[in-house]
Ligand binder design. Structure first.
Ligand code: ADP
Length: 617
Protein backbone atom coordinates (compact mmCIF):
# COMPACT_ATOMS: atom_id res chain seq x y z
CA UNK A 1 0.00 0.00 0.00
CA UNK A 2 1.47 3.36 -1.06
CA UNK A 3 1.45 6.49 1.07
CA UNK A 4 -1.50 7.99 -0.67
CA UNK A 5 -2.87 11.33 0.51
CA UNK A 6 -6.58 11.98 0.18
CA UNK A 7 -7.82 15.51 0.47
CA UNK A 8 -11.33 16.48 1.59
CA UNK A 9 -13.31 19.64 2.03
CA UNK A 10 -15.08 20.36 5.28
CA UNK A 11 -18.86 20.31 5.04
CA UNK A 12 -20.45 23.74 4.67
CA UNK A 13 -21.69 24.06 8.21
CA UNK A 14 -18.34 22.94 9.56
CA UNK A 15 -16.69 25.70 7.56
CA UNK A 16 -19.03 28.22 9.00
CA UNK A 17 -18.28 27.02 12.49
CA UNK A 18 -14.56 27.04 11.84
CA UNK A 19 -14.82 30.59 10.64
CA UNK A 20 -16.39 31.61 13.87
CA UNK A 21 -13.81 29.67 15.84
CA UNK A 22 -10.81 31.04 14.02
CA UNK A 23 -11.81 34.64 13.54
CA UNK A 24 -13.26 35.36 16.93
CA UNK A 25 -11.30 36.18 20.02
CA UNK A 26 -11.93 34.05 23.02
CA UNK A 27 -11.79 34.69 26.68
CA UNK A 28 -12.34 31.03 27.45
CA UNK A 29 -10.12 29.37 24.87
CA UNK A 30 -8.92 27.08 27.61
CA UNK A 31 -11.98 24.85 27.25
CA UNK A 32 -10.33 23.10 24.30
CA UNK A 33 -8.37 20.91 26.70
CA UNK A 34 -11.47 19.82 28.54
CA UNK A 35 -13.09 18.97 25.19
CA UNK A 36 -10.22 16.81 23.99
CA UNK A 37 -9.86 15.04 27.32
CA UNK A 38 -13.55 14.36 27.40
CA UNK A 39 -13.43 12.95 23.86
CA UNK A 40 -10.63 10.65 25.02
CA UNK A 41 -12.51 9.49 28.09
CA UNK A 42 -15.50 8.91 25.85
CA UNK A 43 -13.41 6.84 23.49
CA UNK A 44 -12.26 4.64 26.37
CA UNK A 45 -15.82 4.33 27.67
CA UNK A 46 -17.05 3.23 24.29
CA UNK A 47 -14.38 0.60 23.98
CA UNK A 48 -15.16 -0.76 27.44
CA UNK A 49 -18.81 -0.79 26.60
CA UNK A 50 -18.20 -2.90 23.50
CA UNK A 51 -16.00 -5.19 25.53
CA UNK A 52 -18.96 -6.08 27.70
CA UNK A 53 -20.17 -8.27 24.84
CA UNK A 54 -17.01 -8.70 22.75
CA UNK A 55 -14.70 -9.60 25.57
CA UNK A 56 -11.80 -10.45 23.30
CA UNK A 57 -11.23 -6.86 22.16
CA UNK A 58 -9.44 -5.86 25.33
CA UNK A 59 -6.85 -7.49 27.45
CA UNK A 60 -7.82 -7.87 31.10
CA UNK A 61 -4.51 -6.36 32.22
CA UNK A 62 -4.90 -3.25 30.12
CA UNK A 63 -4.51 0.14 31.84
CA UNK A 64 -6.72 2.76 30.39
CA UNK A 65 -5.35 6.25 30.51
CA UNK A 66 -5.09 9.62 28.86
CA UNK A 67 -1.73 11.28 28.29
CA UNK A 68 -0.87 14.91 27.82
CA UNK A 69 2.51 15.65 26.28
CA UNK A 70 3.67 19.24 25.80
CA UNK A 71 6.69 19.89 23.60
CA UNK A 72 8.14 23.39 23.84
CA UNK A 73 10.64 23.03 21.00
CA UNK A 74 7.97 21.97 18.58
CA UNK A 75 5.32 24.18 20.19
CA UNK A 76 3.06 21.17 20.12
CA UNK A 77 0.68 19.58 22.60
CA UNK A 78 -0.40 15.95 22.34
CA UNK A 79 -3.52 14.47 23.94
CA UNK A 80 -3.42 10.69 23.61
CA UNK A 81 -5.72 7.86 24.64
CA UNK A 82 -5.92 4.10 24.27
CA UNK A 83 -9.65 4.15 23.61
CA UNK A 84 -11.69 2.86 20.72
CA UNK A 85 -9.81 4.69 17.96
CA UNK A 86 -11.13 5.63 14.54
CA UNK A 87 -11.01 3.95 11.15
CA UNK A 88 -10.23 5.99 8.06
CA UNK A 89 -13.92 6.32 7.36
CA UNK A 90 -14.64 7.43 10.91
CA UNK A 91 -11.92 10.06 10.76
CA UNK A 92 -13.55 11.48 7.66
CA UNK A 93 -17.04 11.38 9.05
CA UNK A 94 -16.44 12.37 12.63
CA UNK A 95 -13.91 15.12 12.07
CA UNK A 96 -15.25 16.49 8.80
CA UNK A 97 -18.80 17.17 9.80
CA UNK A 98 -20.47 18.52 12.86
CA UNK A 99 -21.80 15.66 14.88
CA UNK A 100 -25.03 17.00 16.22
CA UNK A 101 -27.88 17.69 13.91
CA UNK A 102 -29.15 20.73 15.78
CA UNK A 103 -25.86 22.53 15.35
CA UNK A 104 -26.53 23.89 11.93
CA UNK A 105 -29.74 25.49 13.03
CA UNK A 106 -28.04 27.17 15.98
CA UNK A 107 -25.30 28.49 13.80
CA UNK A 108 -27.85 30.09 11.56
CA UNK A 109 -29.54 31.98 14.34
CA UNK A 110 -26.47 32.78 16.35
CA UNK A 111 -24.79 36.00 15.44
CA UNK A 112 -21.03 35.94 15.49
CA UNK A 113 -21.15 38.43 18.29
CA UNK A 114 -23.05 36.01 20.54
CA UNK A 115 -20.34 33.44 20.14
CA UNK A 116 -17.62 35.96 20.79
CA UNK A 117 -19.30 36.85 24.04
CA UNK A 118 -20.09 33.29 25.01
CA UNK A 119 -17.49 30.97 23.53
CA UNK A 120 -18.57 28.24 25.89
CA UNK A 121 -21.50 27.81 23.54
CA UNK A 122 -19.18 25.99 21.22
CA UNK A 123 -19.09 23.22 23.77
CA UNK A 124 -22.85 23.26 24.21
CA UNK A 125 -23.21 22.67 20.51
CA UNK A 126 -21.30 19.45 20.81
CA UNK A 127 -18.62 20.55 18.40
CA UNK A 128 -15.97 20.12 21.00
CA UNK A 129 -13.16 18.89 18.82
CA UNK A 130 -13.19 22.05 16.71
CA UNK A 131 -12.56 24.18 19.74
CA UNK A 132 -8.95 23.02 19.37
CA UNK A 133 -8.67 25.38 16.41
CA UNK A 134 -9.00 28.27 18.85
CA UNK A 135 -5.47 27.53 20.01
CA UNK A 136 -3.88 25.78 17.01
CA UNK A 137 -2.52 26.64 13.59
CA UNK A 138 -2.52 23.03 12.59
CA UNK A 139 -3.93 19.80 14.00
CA UNK A 140 -2.97 16.20 13.36
CA UNK A 141 -5.03 13.24 14.55
CA UNK A 142 -3.37 9.85 14.35
CA UNK A 143 -5.75 7.04 15.12
CA UNK A 144 -6.11 3.31 14.98
CA UNK A 145 -9.46 1.68 15.53
CA UNK A 146 -9.87 -1.45 17.64
CA UNK A 147 -11.35 -3.03 14.52
CA UNK A 148 -8.55 -2.17 12.11
CA UNK A 149 -4.91 -3.04 11.78
CA UNK A 150 -4.10 0.13 9.88
CA UNK A 151 -3.40 3.56 11.31
CA UNK A 152 -4.41 6.79 9.62
CA UNK A 153 -3.49 10.39 10.04
CA UNK A 154 -6.00 13.20 9.68
CA UNK A 155 -4.48 16.64 9.37
CA UNK A 156 -5.70 20.12 8.75
CA UNK A 157 -4.31 23.59 8.89
CA UNK A 158 -7.77 24.89 8.05
CA UNK A 159 -6.66 27.79 5.79
CA UNK A 160 -8.38 26.31 2.78
CA UNK A 161 -11.08 24.49 4.70
CA UNK A 162 -9.75 21.10 3.83
CA UNK A 163 -8.26 18.16 5.64
CA UNK A 164 -5.99 15.38 4.46
CA UNK A 165 -5.96 11.70 5.30
CA UNK A 166 -2.82 9.63 4.88
CA UNK A 167 -1.84 6.16 6.04
CA UNK A 168 0.44 6.48 9.00
CA UNK A 169 2.96 4.39 10.81
CA UNK A 170 1.20 1.97 13.09
CA UNK A 171 0.44 2.95 16.65
CA UNK A 172 -1.28 0.77 19.21
CA UNK A 173 -5.05 1.10 19.43
CA UNK A 174 -6.28 4.61 20.25
CA UNK A 175 -6.05 8.21 19.20
CA UNK A 176 -3.39 10.87 19.39
CA UNK A 177 -4.41 14.47 18.82
CA UNK A 178 -1.45 16.74 18.16
CA UNK A 179 -1.96 20.49 18.29
CA UNK A 180 0.56 22.87 16.78
CA UNK A 181 -0.25 25.80 19.03
CA UNK A 182 -0.62 29.27 17.59
CA UNK A 183 1.52 32.09 18.94
CA UNK A 184 -1.21 33.42 21.22
CA UNK A 185 -1.62 30.05 22.92
CA UNK A 186 1.86 29.02 23.94
CA UNK A 187 0.84 29.32 27.58
CA UNK A 188 -0.77 25.88 27.23
CA UNK A 189 2.68 24.32 27.03
CA UNK A 190 3.38 25.34 30.61
CA UNK A 191 3.16 22.52 33.09
CA UNK A 192 1.51 24.73 35.67
CA UNK A 193 -1.26 25.80 33.32
CA UNK A 194 -1.97 22.28 32.17
CA UNK A 195 -2.22 21.11 35.74
CA UNK A 196 -4.63 23.81 36.77
CA UNK A 197 -6.84 23.34 33.71
CA UNK A 198 -7.08 19.62 34.31
CA UNK A 199 -7.84 20.26 37.95
CA UNK A 200 -10.53 22.73 37.05
CA UNK A 201 -12.35 20.93 34.26
CA UNK A 202 -11.37 17.30 34.22
CA UNK A 203 -10.45 16.32 37.72
CA UNK A 204 -13.27 13.80 38.07
CA UNK A 205 -12.55 12.01 34.78
CA UNK A 206 -12.55 8.34 35.71
CA UNK A 207 -9.30 7.50 33.93
CA UNK A 208 -5.87 8.68 35.02
CA UNK A 209 -4.65 11.71 33.12
CA UNK A 210 -0.86 11.48 32.90
CA UNK A 211 1.24 14.55 32.31
CA UNK A 212 4.42 13.59 30.47
CA UNK A 213 7.12 16.25 30.64
CA UNK A 214 10.83 15.66 31.02
CA UNK A 215 10.37 13.76 34.23
CA UNK A 216 8.48 10.56 34.61
CA UNK A 217 4.73 10.58 33.91
CA UNK A 218 2.61 11.98 36.69
CA UNK A 219 -1.08 11.55 37.25
CA UNK A 220 -2.65 15.01 37.54
CA UNK A 221 -6.35 14.31 38.12
CA UNK A 222 -7.78 12.96 41.33
CA UNK A 223 -10.35 10.80 39.49
CA UNK A 224 -12.59 11.67 42.34
CA UNK A 225 -16.25 11.47 41.53
CA UNK A 226 -17.33 14.29 43.81
CA UNK A 227 -20.96 13.32 43.45
CA UNK A 228 -20.13 10.15 45.39
CA UNK A 229 -18.29 12.00 48.13
CA UNK A 230 -19.91 13.14 51.35
CA UNK A 231 -21.12 16.71 51.31
CA UNK A 232 -18.71 17.81 54.02
CA UNK A 233 -15.78 16.49 52.02
CA UNK A 234 -16.44 18.79 49.09
CA UNK A 235 -15.48 22.46 49.13
CA UNK A 236 -17.57 25.23 47.60
CA UNK A 237 -14.80 25.82 45.08
CA UNK A 238 -14.89 22.18 44.01
CA UNK A 239 -18.62 22.38 43.49
CA UNK A 240 -18.20 25.53 41.42
CA UNK A 241 -15.46 24.04 39.29
CA UNK A 242 -17.48 20.92 38.71
CA UNK A 243 -20.51 22.95 37.72
CA UNK A 244 -18.42 24.93 35.25
CA UNK A 245 -16.88 21.83 33.81
CA UNK A 246 -20.35 20.44 33.14
CA UNK A 247 -22.22 23.51 32.04
CA UNK A 248 -19.74 26.04 30.63
CA UNK A 249 -21.72 28.54 32.63
CA UNK A 250 -19.25 30.93 34.20
CA UNK A 251 -21.85 32.37 36.56
CA UNK A 252 -22.41 30.75 39.91
CA UNK A 253 -25.39 28.41 39.92
CA UNK A 254 -28.51 29.45 41.81
CA UNK A 255 -28.32 26.35 43.95
CA UNK A 256 -27.25 22.72 44.05
CA UNK A 257 -28.68 19.46 45.32
CA UNK A 258 -26.25 16.85 46.53
CA UNK A 259 -27.66 13.80 48.20
CA UNK A 260 -27.65 10.08 48.36
CA UNK A 261 -30.90 8.12 48.20
CA UNK A 262 -30.77 4.93 50.21
CA UNK A 263 -33.24 2.13 50.43
CA UNK A 264 -34.33 -0.43 47.91
CA UNK A 265 -32.65 1.50 45.18
CA UNK A 266 -29.49 3.42 45.90
CA UNK A 267 -28.32 6.35 43.88
CA UNK A 268 -26.37 9.56 44.25
CA UNK A 269 -27.33 12.89 42.85
CA UNK A 270 -25.40 16.08 42.28
CA UNK A 271 -27.32 18.58 40.23
CA UNK A 272 -27.20 22.34 39.80
CA UNK A 273 -29.88 24.86 38.99
CA UNK A 274 -28.42 27.73 36.97
CA UNK A 275 -29.01 31.34 37.86
CA UNK A 276 -28.96 32.72 34.33
CA UNK A 277 -29.91 31.60 30.89
CA UNK A 278 -26.85 31.42 28.69
CA UNK A 279 -28.40 33.49 25.91
CA UNK A 280 -31.93 34.73 25.45
CA UNK A 281 -32.46 32.64 22.36
CA UNK A 282 -30.83 29.47 23.53
CA UNK A 283 -33.26 27.93 25.93
CA UNK A 284 -36.25 27.76 23.64
CA UNK A 285 -34.17 25.87 21.15
CA UNK A 286 -32.00 23.97 23.47
CA UNK A 287 -34.09 20.89 23.89
CA UNK A 288 -31.49 18.73 25.49
CA UNK A 289 -31.52 17.48 29.01
CA UNK A 290 -28.32 18.11 30.91
CA UNK A 291 -28.23 15.17 33.26
CA UNK A 292 -25.55 12.53 32.77
CA UNK A 293 -26.38 9.07 34.00
CA UNK A 294 -23.60 7.01 35.57
CA UNK A 295 -23.68 3.51 36.93
CA UNK A 296 -21.04 3.12 39.60
CA UNK A 297 -18.87 5.89 38.13
CA UNK A 298 -19.13 4.69 34.56
CA UNK A 299 -20.86 7.12 32.26
CA UNK A 300 -23.78 5.24 30.72
CA UNK A 301 -25.87 7.89 29.05
CA UNK A 302 -24.73 11.37 28.29
CA UNK A 303 -27.54 13.95 28.58
CA UNK A 304 -30.17 11.39 29.43
CA UNK A 305 -33.55 12.93 28.71
CA UNK A 306 -35.33 10.23 30.70
CA UNK A 307 -34.08 11.47 34.05
CA UNK A 308 -36.00 14.73 34.19
CA UNK A 309 -39.15 16.05 32.56
CA UNK A 310 -38.67 18.61 29.84
CA UNK A 311 -39.76 21.55 31.96
CA UNK A 312 -36.72 20.95 34.17
CA UNK A 313 -34.31 20.65 31.27
CA UNK A 314 -32.18 23.51 32.57
CA UNK A 315 -31.01 21.42 35.54
CA UNK A 316 -27.43 20.25 35.03
CA UNK A 317 -25.62 17.42 36.75
CA UNK A 318 -25.00 13.81 37.44
CA UNK A 319 -27.02 10.87 38.67
CA UNK A 320 -25.09 7.77 39.63
CA UNK A 321 -27.04 4.60 40.28
CA UNK A 322 -25.63 1.64 42.16
CA UNK A 323 -27.91 -0.95 40.71
CA UNK A 324 -28.84 -0.21 37.13
CA UNK A 325 -27.35 -2.70 34.69
CA UNK A 326 -24.16 -1.37 33.08
CA UNK A 327 -25.28 -2.18 29.59
CA UNK A 328 -28.70 -0.59 29.77
CA UNK A 329 -29.53 1.01 26.45
CA UNK A 330 -30.98 4.43 25.85
CA UNK A 331 -34.10 2.79 24.46
CA UNK A 332 -34.73 0.78 27.60
CA UNK A 333 -34.15 3.60 30.03
CA UNK A 334 -37.63 4.98 29.79
CA UNK A 335 -39.29 1.73 30.84
CA UNK A 336 -36.85 0.93 33.57
CA UNK A 337 -38.58 1.06 36.94
CA UNK A 338 -35.48 2.25 38.71
CA UNK A 339 -35.11 5.12 36.31
CA UNK A 340 -38.75 6.01 36.94
CA UNK A 341 -38.00 6.02 40.66
CA UNK A 342 -34.98 8.23 40.25
CA UNK A 343 -36.99 10.64 38.18
CA UNK A 344 -39.77 10.90 40.72
CA UNK A 345 -37.39 11.45 43.56
CA UNK A 346 -35.36 14.04 41.71
CA UNK A 347 -38.34 16.03 40.46
CA UNK A 348 -39.76 16.27 43.94
CA UNK A 349 -36.44 17.37 45.41
CA UNK A 350 -35.88 19.99 42.73
CA UNK A 351 -39.36 21.46 43.12
CA UNK A 352 -38.95 21.53 46.91
CA UNK A 353 -35.60 23.23 46.62
CA UNK A 354 -36.98 25.87 44.27
CA UNK A 355 -39.79 26.49 46.69
CA UNK A 356 -37.28 26.89 49.48
CA UNK A 357 -35.31 29.47 47.51
CA UNK A 358 -38.47 31.32 46.61
CA UNK A 359 -39.17 31.63 50.31
CA UNK A 360 -35.65 32.23 51.64
CA UNK A 361 -34.00 34.18 48.86
CA UNK A 362 -36.75 36.04 47.01
CA UNK A 363 -34.39 38.46 45.30
CA UNK A 364 -32.38 35.77 43.51
CA UNK A 365 -35.49 33.73 42.93
CA UNK A 366 -37.07 36.64 41.10
CA UNK A 367 -34.13 36.88 38.71
CA UNK A 368 -34.16 33.14 38.21
CA UNK A 369 -37.90 33.03 37.61
CA UNK A 370 -37.79 35.87 35.10
CA UNK A 371 -35.52 33.74 32.98
CA UNK A 372 -36.70 30.21 33.61
CA UNK A 373 -40.34 30.78 34.58
CA UNK A 374 -41.68 30.21 31.06
CA UNK A 375 -39.97 26.82 30.94
CA UNK A 376 -41.19 25.76 34.36
CA UNK A 377 -44.72 26.74 33.37
CA UNK A 378 -44.63 24.13 30.62
CA UNK A 379 -44.85 21.65 33.46
CA UNK A 380 -48.41 22.75 34.19
CA UNK A 381 -49.38 21.39 30.80
CA UNK A 382 -47.45 18.15 30.93
CA UNK A 383 -47.25 17.14 34.55
CA UNK A 384 -50.58 16.69 36.33
CA UNK A 385 -48.86 15.07 39.25
CA UNK A 386 -46.90 18.13 40.35
CA UNK A 387 -49.39 20.83 39.39
CA UNK A 388 -49.86 22.08 42.91
CA UNK A 389 -46.11 22.37 43.53
CA UNK A 390 -45.52 24.06 40.20
CA UNK A 391 -48.35 26.52 40.81
CA UNK A 392 -46.69 27.38 44.10
CA UNK A 393 -43.50 28.27 42.25
CA UNK A 394 -45.17 30.91 40.12
CA UNK A 395 -44.85 34.59 40.88
CA UNK A 396 -46.87 37.42 39.40
CA UNK A 397 -47.18 41.14 39.34
CA UNK A 398 -50.69 42.25 40.14
CA UNK A 399 -52.95 45.17 40.94
CA UNK A 400 -51.71 44.87 44.53
CA UNK A 401 -47.95 44.71 43.90
CA UNK A 402 -45.75 47.66 43.14
CA UNK A 403 -44.17 47.66 39.73
CA UNK A 404 -41.35 45.09 39.68
CA UNK A 405 -42.52 43.39 42.89
CA UNK A 406 -44.38 40.10 42.82
CA UNK A 407 -46.93 38.06 44.68
CA UNK A 408 -47.81 34.37 44.52
CA UNK A 409 -50.98 32.32 44.62
CA UNK A 410 -50.79 31.55 48.30
CA UNK A 411 -50.60 35.21 49.14
CA UNK A 412 -53.27 36.04 46.58
CA UNK A 413 -55.73 33.62 48.10
CA UNK A 414 -55.02 34.77 51.62
CA UNK A 415 -55.84 38.34 50.59
CA UNK A 416 -59.12 37.56 48.88
CA UNK A 417 -62.19 39.40 50.21
CA UNK A 418 -64.83 37.03 51.53
CA UNK A 419 -67.15 37.36 48.59
CA UNK A 420 -64.47 36.63 45.99
CA UNK A 421 -64.88 33.19 44.46
CA UNK A 422 -62.30 33.02 41.70
CA UNK A 423 -58.74 34.06 40.93
CA UNK A 424 -58.69 36.89 38.40
CA UNK A 425 -56.05 37.65 35.84
CA UNK A 426 -55.54 39.77 32.77
CA UNK A 427 -53.27 39.00 29.85
CA UNK A 428 -51.42 41.98 28.56
CA UNK A 429 -48.12 42.90 26.94
CA UNK A 430 -47.11 45.17 29.77
CA UNK A 431 -48.02 46.30 33.22
CA UNK A 432 -49.16 49.71 32.18
CA UNK A 433 -51.73 48.39 29.73
CA UNK A 434 -52.90 45.80 32.21
CA UNK A 435 -53.25 48.23 35.07
CA UNK A 436 -55.32 50.66 33.07
CA UNK A 437 -57.47 48.18 31.23
CA UNK A 438 -61.16 49.13 31.46
CA UNK A 439 -61.92 45.44 31.89
CA UNK A 440 -60.64 45.72 35.47
CA UNK A 441 -62.96 48.51 36.54
CA UNK A 442 -65.59 46.41 38.22
CA UNK A 443 -63.00 44.10 39.82
CA UNK A 444 -61.17 47.07 41.24
CA UNK A 445 -64.40 48.48 42.61
CA UNK A 446 -64.89 45.20 44.49
CA UNK A 447 -61.26 45.27 45.74
CA UNK A 448 -60.49 42.03 43.93
CA UNK A 449 -56.82 41.61 43.09
CA UNK A 450 -56.00 40.89 39.44
CA UNK A 451 -52.85 39.04 38.39
CA UNK A 452 -50.95 40.36 35.37
CA UNK A 453 -50.07 37.63 32.88
CA UNK A 454 -48.34 37.82 29.57
CA UNK A 455 -49.35 36.64 26.13
CA UNK A 456 -47.87 33.27 25.22
CA UNK A 457 -47.33 30.43 27.63
CA UNK A 458 -49.44 32.10 30.38
CA UNK A 459 -52.42 32.15 28.08
CA UNK A 460 -52.02 28.56 27.07
CA UNK A 461 -51.83 27.53 30.71
CA UNK A 462 -54.93 29.49 31.59
CA UNK A 463 -56.84 27.57 28.98
CA UNK A 464 -56.17 24.37 30.88
CA UNK A 465 -58.88 24.89 33.50
CA UNK A 466 -56.34 24.88 36.29
CA UNK A 467 -57.37 25.13 39.90
CA UNK A 468 -55.46 26.40 42.87
CA UNK A 469 -56.87 25.17 46.19
CA UNK A 470 -60.29 24.75 44.57
CA UNK A 471 -60.29 28.23 43.11
CA UNK A 472 -60.49 28.42 39.38
CA UNK A 473 -58.86 31.13 37.32
CA UNK A 474 -60.83 33.60 35.32
CA UNK A 475 -59.79 36.27 32.88
CA UNK A 476 -60.99 39.79 33.58
CA UNK A 477 -61.89 39.95 29.91
CA UNK A 478 -63.81 36.68 29.94
CA UNK A 479 -67.14 37.34 28.24
CA UNK A 480 -69.02 35.37 30.86
CA UNK A 481 -67.64 37.24 33.84
CA UNK A 482 -70.61 38.19 35.97
CA UNK A 483 -69.66 40.13 38.99
CA UNK A 484 -72.22 42.74 39.65
CA UNK A 485 -75.07 42.66 37.28
CA UNK A 486 -77.30 45.58 38.21
CA UNK A 487 -80.94 44.79 38.74
CA UNK A 488 -82.07 46.81 35.81
CA UNK A 489 -79.49 45.22 33.50
CA UNK A 490 -82.04 43.22 31.51
CA UNK A 491 -84.30 46.20 31.19
CA UNK A 492 -81.41 48.37 29.97
CA UNK A 493 -80.39 45.70 27.54
CA UNK A 494 -83.85 45.71 26.02
CA UNK A 495 -83.85 49.47 25.67
CA UNK A 496 -80.53 49.64 23.95
CA UNK A 497 -80.95 46.54 21.80
CA UNK A 498 -81.61 48.51 18.61
CA UNK A 499 -78.44 50.55 19.02
CA UNK A 500 -76.35 47.47 19.82
CA UNK A 501 -77.53 45.81 16.64
CA UNK A 502 -76.87 48.94 14.66
CA UNK A 503 -73.29 49.20 15.94
CA UNK A 504 -72.75 45.52 15.35
CA UNK A 505 -73.90 45.93 11.78
CA UNK A 506 -71.52 48.84 11.22
CA UNK A 507 -68.58 46.92 12.64
CA UNK A 508 -69.44 43.43 11.48
CA UNK A 509 -66.10 42.95 9.73
CA UNK A 510 -64.22 43.41 12.98
CA UNK A 511 -66.46 42.13 15.70
CA UNK A 512 -68.39 39.02 16.40
CA UNK A 513 -70.73 40.74 18.77
CA UNK A 514 -71.53 44.01 20.51
CA UNK A 515 -73.20 43.85 23.87
CA UNK A 516 -74.08 45.76 26.98
CA UNK A 517 -71.42 45.66 29.68
CA UNK A 518 -71.71 45.07 33.38
CA UNK A 519 -67.99 45.42 34.02
CA UNK A 520 -67.35 48.98 32.84
CA UNK A 521 -67.61 51.92 35.18
CA UNK A 522 -65.50 54.80 33.85
CA UNK A 523 -64.79 53.78 30.28
CA UNK A 524 -67.17 53.69 27.32
CA UNK A 525 -66.03 50.42 25.70
CA UNK A 526 -63.77 47.41 26.05
CA UNK A 527 -63.10 44.10 24.36
CA UNK A 528 -63.89 40.81 26.02
CA UNK A 529 -62.96 37.31 24.97
CA UNK A 530 -64.70 34.03 24.55
CA UNK A 531 -63.34 31.20 26.58
CA UNK A 532 -60.79 29.26 24.60
CA UNK A 533 -59.95 32.12 22.27
CA UNK A 534 -56.46 33.56 22.32
CA UNK A 535 -55.10 37.06 22.38
CA UNK A 536 -54.14 38.64 19.08
CA UNK A 537 -50.46 38.21 20.02
CA UNK A 538 -50.77 34.51 20.61
CA UNK A 539 -52.90 34.08 17.52
CA UNK A 540 -50.13 35.58 15.50
CA UNK A 541 -47.67 33.13 17.03
CA UNK A 542 -49.94 30.16 16.49
CA UNK A 543 -50.61 31.15 12.91
CA UNK A 544 -46.91 31.49 12.45
CA UNK A 545 -46.29 27.99 13.72
CA UNK A 546 -49.07 26.76 11.47
CA UNK A 547 -51.36 25.60 14.19
CA UNK A 548 -54.98 25.75 13.33
CA UNK A 549 -56.85 28.21 15.44
CA UNK A 550 -60.01 30.04 14.52
CA UNK A 551 -59.62 33.72 13.67
CA UNK A 552 -60.32 36.37 16.30
CA UNK A 553 -63.84 36.35 17.61
CA UNK A 554 -63.90 39.66 19.36
CA UNK A 555 -66.73 40.89 21.45
CA UNK A 556 -67.04 44.57 22.30
CA UNK A 557 -68.85 45.67 25.42
CA UNK A 558 -70.45 49.03 25.81
CA UNK A 559 -71.08 51.09 28.91
CA UNK A 560 -74.53 52.55 28.40
CA UNK A 561 -74.12 54.97 31.30
CA UNK A 562 -71.10 56.67 29.74
CA UNK A 563 -71.84 60.15 28.29
CA UNK A 564 -70.13 59.22 25.06
CA UNK A 565 -72.47 56.29 24.54
CA UNK A 566 -75.44 58.39 25.62
CA UNK A 567 -74.44 60.88 22.97
CA UNK A 568 -74.28 58.19 20.32
CA UNK A 569 -77.62 56.84 21.43
CA UNK A 570 -79.15 60.26 21.06
CA UNK A 571 -77.82 60.64 17.54
CA UNK A 572 -79.08 57.17 16.74
CA UNK A 573 -82.57 58.01 17.95
CA UNK A 574 -82.63 61.28 15.99
CA UNK A 575 -81.23 60.19 12.64
CA UNK A 576 -79.66 56.84 11.87
CA UNK A 577 -78.07 57.99 8.64
CA UNK A 578 -76.21 60.85 10.32
CA UNK A 579 -72.64 60.51 8.96
CA UNK A 580 -71.35 61.71 12.31
CA UNK A 581 -73.01 58.75 14.03
CA UNK A 582 -71.21 56.29 11.75
CA UNK A 583 -67.92 58.06 12.34
CA UNK A 584 -68.35 57.89 16.09
CA UNK A 585 -69.13 54.21 15.97
CA UNK A 586 -65.88 53.55 14.16
CA UNK A 587 -64.09 55.72 16.68
CA UNK A 588 -65.44 53.48 19.43
CA UNK A 589 -63.76 50.49 17.85
CA UNK A 590 -60.52 52.44 17.58
CA UNK A 591 -60.72 53.42 21.24
CA UNK A 592 -61.12 49.81 22.28
CA UNK A 593 -58.18 48.81 20.10
CA UNK A 594 -55.93 51.49 21.53
CA UNK A 595 -56.81 50.53 25.09
CA UNK A 596 -55.57 47.04 24.28
CA UNK A 597 -52.27 48.42 23.04
CA UNK A 598 -53.12 48.00 19.39
CA UNK A 599 -53.30 50.41 16.47
CA UNK A 600 -56.51 52.07 15.37
CA UNK A 601 -57.87 50.50 12.18
CA UNK A 602 -56.90 53.49 10.13
CA UNK A 603 -54.48 55.63 12.10
CA UNK A 604 -54.62 58.61 9.73
CA UNK A 605 -58.40 58.75 9.78
CA UNK A 606 -58.31 58.40 13.50
CA UNK A 607 -55.88 61.27 13.93
CA UNK A 608 -57.96 63.49 11.63
CA UNK A 609 -61.15 62.77 13.47
CA UNK A 610 -59.66 63.47 16.84
CA UNK A 611 -58.19 66.70 15.51
CA UNK A 612 -61.61 67.69 14.17
CA UNK A 613 -63.25 66.95 17.47
CA UNK A 614 -60.70 69.06 19.28
CA UNK A 615 -61.39 71.89 16.88
CA UNK A 616 -65.15 71.86 17.23
CA UNK A 617 -66.50 74.26 19.78
P1 ADP B 1 -18.76 15.17 20.28
O1 ADP B 1 -17.66 14.59 21.10
O2 ADP B 1 -19.59 16.14 21.02
O3 ADP B 1 -19.58 14.14 19.55
P2 ADP B 1 -16.57 16.23 18.73
O4 ADP B 1 -16.52 17.24 17.64
O5 ADP B 1 -15.77 16.54 19.93
O6 ADP B 1 -18.10 16.05 19.10
O7 ADP B 1 -16.11 14.84 18.15
C1 ADP B 1 -16.71 14.32 17.00
C2 ADP B 1 -16.60 12.83 16.99
O8 ADP B 1 -15.25 12.42 16.73
C3 ADP B 1 -16.94 12.16 18.29
O9 ADP B 1 -18.34 11.96 18.42
C4 ADP B 1 -16.17 10.84 18.18
O10 ADP B 1 -16.93 9.90 17.42
C5 ADP B 1 -14.97 11.22 17.39
N1 ADP B 1 -13.80 11.41 18.27
C6 ADP B 1 -13.31 12.58 18.74
N2 ADP B 1 -12.24 12.38 19.52
C7 ADP B 1 -12.03 11.05 19.58
C8 ADP B 1 -11.06 10.18 20.24
N3 ADP B 1 -10.11 10.68 21.02
N4 ADP B 1 -11.18 8.86 20.03
C9 ADP B 1 -12.17 8.34 19.26
N5 ADP B 1 -13.09 9.09 18.62
C10 ADP B 1 -13.03 10.42 18.77
Amino acid sequence: MGKKTDSYQFKTETKKLLDIVIHSLYSHREIFLRELISNSADAINRLKFLALTETEIIDSTENFQIEIIPNKQEKSLIIRDNGIGMTKQELIENLGTIARSGTKKYLEVLAKKDIEESPELIGQFGVGFYSAFMVSDKIEVISRSYSDENTYKWSSSIEDYSFQITPSENISRGTEVKLYLNDQSLEYLEEFNIRSLVKKYSDYIEYPIQLICDKKPEKINSQRAIWLANKDEVTEQEYKDFYQSLSYDFNDPLTKLHYRAEGTHEFSVLVFIPSHRPLPLMMEDLERSKIDLYVRRVLIVNQAKEILPRYLRFVTGVVDSSDLPLNISRELLQQNLKVVQIRKNLVRKILDELLRIKRDDPENYRKFFDEYGPIIKEGLLSDQEYREQILNLLTFQSTRTESGKTTDLEEYVSNMPQDQKEIYFIISENRNLAENSPALEVLKSKKYEVLFLQPGIDEIIMNENLKYKDYSFRSATDESLEISKSEDFNQQEKEIKGLLEFIQDQLKDDLKEVRLSNRLIDSPVCFVQQKGSFSPELQRVLQFTNQNHPPSSRIMEINAKHPLIENIEQKYNQNRSDPELIKYIHLLLDLALIQDGERPKNPVDFANQVANLMNSK
